[in-house]
Design a protein around this ligand. Sequence first.
Ligand code: KG4
Ligand code: ZN
Length: 344
Amino acid sequence: MNQTHISPDALTILAIESSCDETSASVTRGGKVLSNIISSQLQHQDYGGVIPELASRLHQQQIVRVTQNALDSALVRKEELHAVAFTAGPGLIGALMVGVNFAKAFALGLNIPMIAVDHMEAHILANFLQDETPGFPFLCLTVSGGHTQLAIVRDYLQTEIIGRTRDDAAGEAFDKGAKIMGLPYPGGPLVDKLAAEGNPKAFEFPISDMPGLDFSFSGLKTSLLYLVQKGLQRDPEFVQKNLHDLCASYQATLVTTLLRNLEAATLQHGLKEIALAGGVSANRELRARLKQLADSQGWKAFFPAPVYCTDNAAMIAIMGHYKYLSGQFADLSATPYPRSLQTD
Ligand code: KG4
Ligand code: ZN
């Protein structure tokens, strides 16, 4: 295998992400993004959620085109690549298999190393895809469709999870809440948009009280369901008439729940820098209220650009970059894993 010493600035990585419903490929050089192609599988919208078998088939159809596109837009020939990084998990097993096998074949064909990347750890490193980056150690709240985690990030490749959800993930709570209000999948971005014109105090929802730094969102979701069911009994147009207020109140409670634990964790661990990661970190209310909290406490807050919040291969590439530099390579025996390595 061709694994000569390469200067960090020249290190050129191709990364493949296929853990859920985005087929993505990215090329980075020296830890800077040269291309980040994302093909979102909109076909799942017809079913109100991601259909795993359909996701695998669509990845299979798209992966060659997306990868070629990533190389072309980066103006990089495949012979210039030093390694191929891929998402090994967590995610949908069939979807992951497409990316893992494609990346293995690609690396093998070029006789270059392959690097297995954890999707959740990569979400955190999306904070290093911009000019202003957090300093170690910092606290990261990762909020995605499948996970909600509070972690102390001590170094690029060293994170310690100190809080997690006991039931639904934050993104799942957004999507399920949206579904209850009759909105299409994925509901998170729509709730964000509709909430902007609503009153966050119009409806009151319970804030869960979990021990330690863990989260729970299932009570909030159930109380929205009951509110909507009762409202519809009185008035069949209850949801349409109150949609903005329902979204604003539901979103505000979700954000309060997230920030309450984030604040407690930051104080407990004496940290001064906080980052967000994952799809839900694109949420405007979460970003604005974290910024307010950080300003009032004298902390510094960091947010990835929205394109690096949701699933993308650039975050896999940056993680691959640091794993390459520390000599952490995978081989042909690498297998995808469906569940989070650190939480289950
Ligand atoms: O990180 P991600 O792209 O995929 C997973 O790894 O799960 O996160 C997707 C989740 C979905 O639940 C989606 O509704 C949510 O992120 N999301 C948002 C927003 N943008 C995406 N939730 C709230 N507000 C947003 N602006
Ligand atoms: Zn994700």
